[in-house]
Design a protein around this ligand. Structure first.
Ligand code: NDP
Length: 276
C-alpha cells in the first residue's frame, strides 16, 4: 500500500520504458518489507536540472540515472563518491535530507558479476570492446583490480582518450587491431551495444578470435544469450551474461538507498521475469 511516508526512488533517463529495474527493485522492496516504491521518469536533457532539484525538494530518497544523463547529472549533485568522480559517470543518487550524493555502482557491479563467474582479474590480460559509458566503468574496475587492459572501439579517438586516463592501451577496430588487442587475453568484455535486441543477429567480433580458455563477458542482457556468447561457448570459452551485472549494480544501489542487504536471488528472478 502506498501511504504518505512511502519512500520514492526514480529511474531518470530517456528512454526509460524498456527498463527491467522497476520490477527488480520493487520485488526487492517487497521481499524486505520496505515501504519504498521505484518508478521510471522520462526526463529530457533540457529538464534534467529541474528534475534533480525536484528530487531534492520533494524528499525523494534517491534515483538511478541512465542514458543519456549519467555524466551530465554530476553537475547538479552536492557530493560524488570517489569512483563516480574518477569514472566520470553517476548511475545512483542518494538523497540525505536534501543533500544529494552520486555513486557509480556499474564498476563494482561488473567486478562482482565477473568474480561470481569465477574469473579473478588480478594479473590477467583483458580486452574491452567499446569505450562508451559502460566501458569506462569496466576499464576503471579492471585496472583497479590489477588487470592489464586493451580497448578496441569503432571510434578510435574515444578509445585513446579512455586508455590515456586509465593506463590501458587502445587499438583500432581493424583486423590487425583486433588480433593485437586479443593476443594473450584471457578475458574479453563486450561493452558495445552490438548484439543488443532487436539487432541480435550481430556480434562485435569474429568467432575466429575466440579461443578455448578465454572468459567472454557480454554486458548485454537483452537477449540473455547473445550471438557472441553462443559463439564463445562453441569455441570452448567460459561465458558470463549481462544479467549478472545488471542485478549486481542494482543490488548495490538498493543497499545505498535502504541500508539493508539486497535480496539478490529475488532480484535475479524478477529481472528474468521482466525480460521474458
Ligand atoms: P554508449 O552509447 O555509451 O556506448 C556504446 C558503445 O558501443 C560505444 O563504444 C560505441 O562505439 C559502440 N557501438 C555502438 N554501435 C556500434 C556498432 N554498430 N559497431 C561498433 N561499435 C558500436 O552505451 P553504454 O556504454 O551505456 O552501453 C553499452 C552496452 O552496455 C549496451 O549494450 C548496454 O545494454 C550495456 N550495459 C549493460 C549494463 C548491465 O548492467 N548489464 C549496464 C550498462 C550498459 P562508438 O564510440 O564508435 O560510438
Amino acid at each position: 500500500m502506498i501511504v504518505s511516508d512511502t519512500r520514492l526512488v526514480f529511474l531518470i533517463g530517456d528512454p526509460v520504458t524498456h527498463s527491467v529495474s522497476p520490477m527488480m527493485q520493487n520485488a526487492a522492496f517487497r521481499e524486505r518489507r520496505l515501504d519504498y516504491i521505484y518508478q521510471t521518469l522520462s526526463v529530457s536533457t533540457e529538464n534534467l536540472a529541474t528534475a534533480v532539484a525536484g528530487l531534492r525538494e520533494l524528499k525523494v530518497r534517491g534515483a538511478n540515472v541512465t542514458i543519456p544523463h549519467k555524466t551530465a547529472v554530476m553537475a547538479f549533485l552536492d557530493t560524488l563518491d570517489a569512483p563516480a568522480r574518477r569514472i566520470g559517470a553517476v548511475n545512483t543518487i542518494v538523497n540525505d535530507n536534501g543533500r544529494l550524493t552520486g555513486y557509480n555502482t556499474d564498476a563494482v557491479g561488473f567486478l562482482a558479476a565477473l568474480r561470481a563467474g569465477r574469473f579473478e582479474p588480478e594479473g590477467k590480460k583483458a580486452t574491452v570492446l567499446g569505450a562508451g559509458g559502460a566501458a569506462r566503468a569496466i576499464v576503471f574496475a579492471l585496472k583497479d583490480a590489477g588487470a592489464a587492459v586493451n580497448i578496441v572501439n569503432r571510434t578510435f579517438s574515444t578509445a585513446a582518450e579512455l586508455a590515456a586516463t586509465t593506463g590501458a592501451t587502445a587499438f583500432r577496430a581493424t583486423e590487425e587491431g583486433y588480433l593485437r588487442a586479443l593476443e594473450g587475453a584471457t578475458l574479453v568484455v563486450n561493452a558495445t551495444s552490438v548484439g543488443l535486441c532487436p539487432n541480435d543477429s550481430a556480434s562485435p567480433i569474429s568467432p575466429s578470435l575466440l579461443k578455448p580458455g578465454m572468459t567472454v563477458f557480454d554486458t548485454i542482457y537483452r537477449p540473455r544469450q547473445t550471438r557472441l556468447l553462443r559463439e564463445a561457448q562453441a569455441a570452448g570459452c567460459d561465458v558470463i551474461g549481462g544479467l549478472e551485472m545488471l542485478v549486481a549494480q542494482g543490488a548495490l544501489s538498493f543497499e545505498l538507498w535502504t541500508g539493508e542487504p539486497a535480496p539478490r536471488e529475488v532480484m535475479v528472478r524478477a529481472a528474468e521475469a521482466a525480460l521474458k
